[in-house]
Design a protein around this ligand. Structure first.
Ligand code: PAF
Length: 292
């Protein structure tokens, strides 16, 4: 539990049975419940999710769980930033009512053997660079939704493919929850807030702003030339390398729901990108309006 001068300590539960007991009390009072799943290391993007959740429900539960199942063997699970006390204080200040902070054994007890796989949507883009990642995300999000059974759950649009995977699994598995996508929160220079921005050196941080700038230029160019998708994508990849990125894992204009690549701008679309600075992968995406 943690405390700031202005807020009482945030109630914290660690077991599914305690979580359900707390939510059952609210349900008996007829209150609506929102869930904000996180992996902690909270920044203003997460707190915006909590504030949106507050608008949509009477009580807000946030989960903090660094989910081992969504990290590959060579990824940053061990060094992923963890600060439960700091997170609890931030959550309290944003209006969260309850923190669910299970340990790995509570989420994946001995004998755990089930996984949720959202097939087509998980295969491309992040799925290609992080095999098994969306299986881990889909499994833990399904568990969290079934544990809390909230009316609404809030997720950031920054992880756009993740958001689409979650929408799909909720529809396919008939989980009775509204999924609310919340717009990305950005630094003044456009960089999307992310817990992994903490890994950037100051030189890398200066380069990082080119990611959002480049995506904005893709949107502007396609507004003028909706047929020039392939050429716009390849110019944008080159611009990122020119700006100092070490690699572009992908940059693509895709169907906003299926995430299949588009050749021309003839339906709701999104430009999605992951580019690398050293070992840090930065993700961003933007809505690409369809010209009238
Ligand atoms: O976006 C995240 O922080 C995580 O992928 C999530 C949704 C909390 C699942 O672990």
């Amino acid at each position: 539990m943690s405390q700031t001068p202005d807020h009482p300590p945030l109630d914290t539960v660690r077991s599914v049975s305690d979580l359900r007991a707390r939510i059952a009390l609210w349900r008996r009072e007829g209150l609506r419940v929102a869930l904000v799943p996180t992996m902690g290391a909270l920044h203003d993007g997460h707190l915006t999710l909590v504030r949106r959740a507050r608008d949509l429900a009477d009580r807000v539960v946030a989960s903090v769980f660094v989910n081992p199942a969504q990290f590959g063997p060579n990824e940053d699970f061990a060094r992923y930033p963890r600060d439960e006390a700091g997170d609890a204080a931030k959550l309290a200040s944003a209006g969260c009512d309850l923190l669910f902070a299970p340990d790995v054994a509570a989420m994946y007890p001995p004998g755990f053997a089930t996984a949720v796989e959202v097939e087509a949507l998980s295969r491309r883009w992040e799925g290609e660079f992080r095999p098994g990642h969306f299986r881990g995300v889909a499994t833990v999000v399904t568990k969290l939704l079934l544990q809390a059974l909230p009316d609404v759950a809030c997720f950031g649009e920054k992880d756009y493919q993740q958001l689409q995977v979650i929408r799909r699994l909720v529809a396919d598995l008939d989980i009775p929850v509204r999924i609310e996508g919340v717009p990305t929160v950005r630094e003044a220079d456009g960089l999307a807030l992310s817990s992994r921005n903490a890994y950037l050196t100051s030189a890398q941080r200066a380069v990082a702003a080119a990611l959002n700038r480049t995506l904005r230029s893709v949107v502007a160019r396609l507004a003028a030339e909706p047929g020039a998708v392939a050429e716009t994508e390849s110019r944008a990849r080159a611009a990122l390398l020119e700006a100092g990125f070490d690699a572009v894992d992908y940059l693509a204009v895709v169907d906003a729901a299926s995430l299949e690549p588009l050749l021309r701008l003839d339906r709701p679309a999104r430009v999605i990108c992951t580019a690398r600075l050293g070992t840090t992968r930065l993700l961003d995406n933007m809505d690409v309006p369809v010209p009238a």
